[in-house]
Design a protein around this ligand. Structure first.
Ligand SMILES: [Zn+2]
Length: 326
């Protein structure tokens, strides 16, 4: 049984974090930048601890500059996704990194992203949608600015607004205004919580932000009442088990709460976050899930249907993708 060709959805993938190492090497070579220090001899990203991970992530991103660099990156990322069976994906894009928070610059990047997604769809059949993200540790004022830029640059595939970055900085309440702007613009809402910080960060996010989904959220497992609340309020957790195990949020696949949360009735889906940095793919995550908890094709189809219920796309796309999981 190979899990590679099984159809998949992915709702939690950071564009820069999904950059294939060979793509970054190609762009670096074109620009005459030596990045050999960030790669192992086998070509994969080289890092030992989280601090070093952030450093090499930044170094890899430093060669990405123009809208066309980002278009090519998106196409390279979608090619890997499609190769791993992904038929529908939502990708986090950051206006802070694409045009430095300038509205007109952001529109140029967004136009390039639409072309890249068109090309990937024509080549591989993959449906892509975008989620604009603010960066938590840049603070609430910048987040409002990012939400305004996103609201003022509508684009066919821009369907959501989210927040990533350092979970320990600020509180969810500090970002109420930013998320109100995004919700008012009709965007789907998600936010990272419960990855680095514990159950309280998930509860706080539910209390203050208009989310239908939470990025990670897995540390909610530390509080059974909160797990019950997630099930009752039907909040989807965008679970990234391979990422969590690699970073050490949980010490092993056996200790990861994905299967437990699902059994408790919490809506869950499976994504890879920053896959090449964690030396994982959607295929390897499916393999590990099947090996650890015995999930069958039916279990995965069920999880993918759940994901599509919460996808931020239009109803026509949702129905077309759902048909692949019947
Ligand atoms: Zn993430």
């Amino acid at each position: 049984m190979t899990w590679k060709s099984v159809p998949k959805t992915e709702l939690h993938l950071h564009l820069e974090g999904a950059a294939p190492p060979e793509f970054i090497r190609m762009i670096a070579a074109e620009k005459g930048t030596d990045l050999s220090r960030i790669f192992h001899a086998d070509g994969s990203y080289k890092w030992k601890d989280f601090a070093e991970f952030l450093k090499i992530y930044e170094a890899a991103c430093s060669v990405l500059k123009t809208p066309d660099d980002y278009r090519r990156l998106l196409e390279a990322v979608l090619e890997v996704s499609a190769d791993n069976g992904v038929v529908y994906t939502e990708i986090f894009l950051a206006p802070d990194f694409c045009g430095g928070g300038d509205l007109d610059a952001w529109k140029d990047y967004l136009a390039a992203f639409e072309i890249g997604a068109d090309n990937a769809k024509a080549k591989h059949g993959i449906e892509a949608r975008f989620i604009s993200t603010c960066v938590r540790h840049f603070g609430p004022e910048k987040a409002i600015h990012t939400a305004n830029i996103t609201a003022n640059a509508p684009s066919p595939r821009m369907v959501g607004f989210g927040m990533g970055g350092e979970e320990r900085d600020f509180t969810a309440q500090d970002f109420v205004s930013a998320f109100a702007v995004a919700a008012e613009a009709g965007l789907g809402i998600t936010s990272h919580a419960g990855e680095i910080c514990g159950a309280d960060s998930v509860r706080e996010t539910l209390d203050h932000l208009p989310v239908s989904r939470i990025g990670h959220g897995v540390r909610a497992v530390e509080d059974p009442e909160l797990v019950k609340r997630l099930a009752e309020e039907e909040i989807l957790l965008e679970v990234n088990p391979g990422s969590n195990v690699c970073i050490g949020v949980f010490p092993s696949w056996e200790k990861h709460p994905l299967d437990h949360l699902r059994q408790q009735g919490v809506p869950v889906c499976v994504s890879t976050d920053d896959p090449p940095y964690f030396h994982i793919t959607m295929t390897s995550d499916y393999e590990n899930i099947a090996k650890t908890w015995g999930w069958s094709e039916t279990d995965f189809a069920d999880t993918n249907r759940t994901a599509m219920k919460y996808a931020f796309c239009d109803e026509e796309t949702r129905a077309a993708v759902l048909a692949k999981f019947q």
